[in-house]
Design a protein around this ligand. Structure first.
Ligand code: AMP
Ligand code: GLY
Length: 421
């Protein structure tokens, strides 16, 4: 079969790569893809933007795609899944109504309240003064969030009252007219990506992302600088609690609202030092870079898993098969990211890294003639497996020095919080 993957990041490269390991998948078409998917065997890029719904539907016809996997949240929030479903094109990814769980933090908070899902206490405000009054009453530290999609830039964790008040003003000036102010939660963050077919919901292996740019979790938030899976921070008893209190409770409330959710429900969790689990956020898609660590561990063919969600047969799918070990993905970024950075730097050493057992997922790359060059802030995700977490870490940091481009930056401490736990 042929599958069309929408998106251009490391996540989409990992999805395309995993799909092509299945004996059932002949071709993957990426819209628009990147330098990695351009050079992946049996994968083809089409120069169609993720918000060009007509172009995507046409590409499905032209390339005889059997189904579509939507990677990023923006086209889902814009209604790509609705558009394709109306044209009888099977699609993995929720419709616009379900994508609200990521597109609006206020909507997600209201849903969590209704579902009884444990989450930080919060208030939603459309008046900046009311938000400031609430902040004064609650005290710091406190978290201020823009309600809408802000590509990871709409969340400010404020250590002081002054910083929180300034955050309200900053987001308001940027045009965000609804703000969520939330209790600060302390603990370890864990990402649980769950498969959902609208009737059944099942988690993939839990992982831990590293959102901040600097080692020791310092500096600005990014899209994610590295991840490992599975994380022992969510052992079976915690996952059982997540299954009932978070995943099933959320699905039940989505159903009560007549929302037919077929895709990934990504729960971003905070686990307190005492082991209390609370939801920080929901996303309506695979995580990036979580996917680059979780999918290399999956041994069940990915097309079978995604089709079970599309066809509402997840309950009949045998338990997922996983590699018995760990995966670590380290992100190589351009100097300056998450601020301004240069593009067009030649990338070398990928073959050497691959010979050292690394699988390289491209994020911000493109082919200029025969030369692979940087084309984004997060450039590559380098994943290694190991029989143990320590072995996977050792493998990935053995491979990293082979990869070279002008200004390469990566964190040397992925997994450090596990060592402290
Ligand atoms: P979000 O987009 O809501 O996941 O927020 C981005 C990041 O901000 C999270 O991954 C956390 O690191 C941090 N964050 C968000 N909400 C909170 C909270 N209530 N307490 C502590 N940190 C938070
Ligand atoms: N890794 C964070 C995200 O995908 O939102």
């Amino acid at each position: 079969m042929n599958v069309l993957v929408v998106g251009s990041g490391g996540r989409e490269h990992a999805i395309a790569w995993k799909l092509l390991q299945s004996p059932n998948v002949k071709t993957v078409i990426c819209a628009p893809g990147n330098g990695g998917t351009a050079t992946l065997k049996h994968c083809q890029n089409v120069a169609i933007a993720v918000d060009d719904f007509t172009g995507i539907a046409q590409a499905c016809t032209d390339h005889k795609a059997d189904f579509v996997v939507v990677g990023p949240e923006v086209p889902l929030a814009m209604g790509l899944a609705d558009f394709l479903a109306e044209r009888s094109i099977p699609v993995f990814g929720p419709k616009k109504a379900g994508a609200m769980i990521e597109a609006s933090k206020a909507w997600a908070k209201a849903l969590m309240d209704e579902a009884g899902v444990p989450t930080a206490a919060s208030g939603t405000f459309t008046d900046p003064q009311a938000a400031k009054d609430y902040i004064q009453k609650q005290g710091a530290p406190i978290v201020v969030k823009a309600d809408s999609l802000a590509a990871g830039k709409g969340v400010i964790v404020a250590d002081s009252l002054g910083e929180a008040i300034a955050a309200v003003d900053k987001l308001w000036e940027q045009g965000y007219d609804t703000l969520v102010v939330e209790e600060f939660l302390l603990g370890q963050e864990v990402s649980v990506l769950a498969l959902c077919d609208g009737k059944t919901i099942r988690p993939l292996l839990p992982s831990q992302d590293h959102k901040q740019i600097g080692e020791g979790d310092t500096g600005e938030n990014t899209g994610g600088m590295g991840v490992y899976a599975p994380t022992p921070l969510a052992p079976p008893e915690v996952m059982a609690q997540v299954q009932t209190e978070v995943l099933e409770a959320t699905l039940k409330t989505l159903q009560a609202r007549s929302i037919d959710y077929r895709g990934i429900l990504y729960a971003g969790l905070m686990i307190s030092p005492e082991g209390v689990v609370k939801v920080l956020e929901f996303n309506c898609r695979f995580g990036d870079p979580e996917t680059q660590a979780v999918l290399p561990l999956l041994e069940t063919p990915l097309d079978e898993v995604l089709l079970a969600c599309i066809n509402q047969t997840l309950n009949d799918l045998p338990p997922l098969q996983w590699y018995d070990g760990s995966a670590v993905c380290v992100v190589a970024a351009s100097a300056g990211y998450p601020g301004p950075y240069d593009k067009g730097k030649a990338i070398t050493g990928l073959k050497e890294a691959e010979s050292l057992k690394a699988t390289i997922f491209h994020a911000g790359t493109k082919l200029e003639g025969e030369t692979l060059v940087t084309n984004g802030g997060r450039v590559l995700g380098v994943t290694c497996l190991g029989k143990t977490f320590d072995e996977a870490i050792a493998n990935v940091y053995d491979a990293m020095p082979s990869i070279k481009f002008d200004g390469i930056y990566y964190r040397r401490d992925i997994g450090h919080r596990l060592k402290k736990a």
